[in-house]
Design a protein around this ligand. Structure first.
Ligand code: ADP
Ligand code: MG
Length: 247
């Protein structure tokens, strides 16, 4: 397989903060329809890697190709337009709007203020809201004010807001933090549904959860890739046990 066959090809990527290499000559390749989980100790550079891919942080060197387009010189909003969606750890939903409205305003055409004024809730938008609501398990909560949702439901709504833009790469940083056991189960199911027709990167610590969702696991340590492969192989790797799983 040549590098052009991947949705995402990260090569020799580096970023330094005051001389400290938070990401150090890292390579990462992601297929379409793949759900990749990134694990590793605190400070390994996991969040920084997502920051570099979405454009929140500028790379010091190396390349990030998404569908064969070089991202490193692009602004964050251009990467969003190309199909990159990133969920941060704290949800940014509109608490006073309903679930339906939160999804509706996330529809790409409704995004600018001007667009929002002229925006009509066409049947296409309505259909998309309903499809996304089903994917995130909130189909029977469309009229609920978002502020009244549980912590887990708010997280799902935010994922839904990203899905409204039909991202081809979706990145989630510790999506189950603070969730109940039941919400974690439902999130695992949700992730299985939404990784169809796109690539998904999830950063997660909970190994039981990782085992349930991961197609492949990438282990990061000190800004580099320490190990990569199927969960059982990675879990049995002495290097991984030494720096991460053993603690
Ligand atoms: P992880 O998500 O794996 O816990 P991070 O990516 O948050 O790790 O951090 C990796 C390292 O980079 C840490 O040592 C962190 O302090 C440092 N770091 C991250 N972002 C910045 C920044 N904007 N400025 C300076 N140092 C940073
Ligand atoms: Mg982090």
């Amino acid at each position: 397989m040549s590098n052009t066959d991947f949705t995402l090809a990260v090569e020799d990527l580096s970023v330094s903060f005051d001389g400290f290499k938070a990401i150090d000559a890292l390579n990462l390749y992601l297929d379409r329809d793949e759900l990749r989980v990134i694990i590793g100790p605190n400070g390994a550079g996991k969040t920084t890697l997502l920051d570099l891919i979405c454009g929140k942080t500028r790379a010091t060197g190396g390349s990030i190709k998404f569908k064969n387009e070089e991202l490193t010189g692009m602004a964050e909003y251009q990467r969003v337009r190309l199909g990159i969606g990133r969920k941060f750890q704290t949800p940014s939903i509109y608490e006073n709007l309903s679930v339906f409205q939160n999804l509706e305003v996330s529809y790409p055409e409704g995004r600018s203020v001007f667009g929002a004024l002229a925006f009509q809730c066409t049947s296409a938008v309505r259909e998309r809201v309903q499809a996304v609501a089903a994917d995130i398990g909130l189909a029977d909560r469309l009229d609920t004010e978002a502020g009244l949702l549980s912590h887990g439901q708010k997280q799902w709504l935010e994922i839904g807001m990203l899905l409204m833009q039909e991202p081809e790469l979706l990145m989630l940083d510790e999506p189950i933090a603070g969730m109940s056991a039941r919400e974690r189960e439902l999130t695992a199911e949700l992730l299985q549904r939404i990784c169809k027709n796109r690539s998904v990167i999830v950063i997660e610590h909970d190994m039981e959860f990782v085992a349930r969702i991961a197609h492949k696991v990438t282990v990061m340590h000190q800004g580099k890739i320490l190990a990569e492969g199927p969960m059982d192989k990675v879990q049995a790797d002495p290097k991984v046990i030494d720096v991460y799983l053993g603690h």
